[in-house]
Design a protein around this ligand. Sequence first.
Ligand code: ADP
Ligand code: MG
Length: 569
Amino acid sequence: MAVQATQANMPVVLLKDGASQTKGREAQKNNIAASKIIAEIVRTSLGPRGMDKMLVDSLGDVTITNDGATILKEIDVQHPAAKMLVEISKSTDNEVGDGTTSVVVLAGALLEHAESLVLQDVHPTVIVDGYKKAGKKAKQHLKEIAEQVSADDKPTLLKIAKTSMQTKLVRKESDKLSDIVVQAVLAASVKDGENYTVDEDDIKVEKKTGGSISDSSIIQGIVLDKEIVHSGMPKKVTNSKIALINTALEIEKTEIDAKINISTPDQMKLFLDEENKMLKNMVDKIINVGATVIFCQKGIDDMSQHYLAKAGILAVRRIKESDLTKLAKASGARIVTNLDDLSEKDLGAADLVEERKVEEDRWVFVEGCKHPKSVTILLRAGSQRVVDEVERAVHDAIMVVKDVMELPSIVAGGGAPETYVATQIMSWSKTLEGREQLAAEKFAEALEAIPLALSENAGMDPIDTLATLRSQQLKGNKWTGIDVMKGQVSDLKTSNIVEPLAVKYQIISAATEAACMILRIDDVIATVKSAGPPSGGEGGMPPGMGGMPPGMGGMPPGMGGMPDMGGMM
Ligand code: ADP
Ligand code: MG
């Protein structure tokens, strides 16, 4: 069913058979509806009283989470507009680490409010212009209420980490975990003049089921989930000299098919001796430079293991490349590919390398490194699903602490900044001429989706709560917000519910951008793969548009192209 246009009785065929197109109002309605569904999915998981989602993938693996980015990553969204919201959630996760639910809730609300204007025949470009101006204004107002803090102030960082963890399953353990997180980020931070930067990759997070969340700990160094290769090797080496090798300590198989004829037992012995000699040579090179510990990215042959053990060297094999890089950074060693190149100055150092028992496994701990910026957080919890969720919570917390160290400004949580900015935008909108004013008003209303969702999820009356909050914010009480745990509007500074300004910036920018982009679309053309079946049918759909029947006009509005969504809720 190709789309055709008729010009002077001549049909002009533009699209291939099987391609589909929705235009104008229909396309907008469809995109907005899909975005609203996505926002609705994550809305109920916003805040400390938000609900968790249980996601089951096609293999039957279960994930339990209330992290926006994770929820959306796990559900296989097909609709192109809905996919954009999944994208902003992901990019928010990468940029600032937290606020992945809020950004989607806000984008959904912006689109929902835009829809009412579209229905009143306000042109989408006018809405987009109004939204963009309002978005800029919103960030200025956020800056107004933000409080400057000192970047390495531990008590502030603890509050930030704790607020982020309040919304996760780890809430009860948030004292201990936030302490671990803040220690880790402070250790990994680098000061340059007045500014700090943090590379979150310097913080290694390992998880192990068994024990409870409160058994989690921080190790000043690197933990490898590998054991020492040979039982004859020392289990502990102090003042170690570390060699990092990314080549195998094995005899390489030749690429050419060669045949060796051996006719007598003596020849056999000679052959094996020769092989052993080669391995011994390799190991000798390591012994000669004075290494006492080697970490190898590839395999280590039994014979090499034997020689290493005899020389009292501790060896670990099949180390992940990323871990080898971390080890290099931490110990000051250089990763060596060719053993002939290995020299004493390639060796790194650590005070202690030791194999310890972690539940049923043996792991190697490298502590007291030359570069003390490398730390490992070892997370524990009773089951795999819990420890996975703990890891996500710790990731968010690491990121918010990093955010504050890099941009040392904080605002209240609990819907306070959103409500403040909404009141300000609302009064500013009156200064705008024409229909942009309507768009700015809608922007303000959309911001209130955050306090509304927070109070609704906490079982509070959303309308009453918002009214109280608005009046407090208008009075200039910028720290007054919804204390979800107490179920009332109160001063959040005393209850230490604070968030990084960077997260709020990101939420507003990303949500505004996505909403504007979706609003500007007035034509959705779904082409078919050139090699696909001739026409129509599910098989002809390109992957991004799967499930969307050709001729999208026939789709029930609201569910466009997302057949699985209902089942997820
Ligand atoms: P996101 O993925 O957007 O971070 P969360 O589920 O983590 O979503 O919820 C974050 C929201 O919860 C923020 O607006 C934050 O201010 C708010 N929040 C966190 N702790 C509290 C609390 N104790 N009381 C009220 N609001 C809180
Ligand atoms: Mg959060």
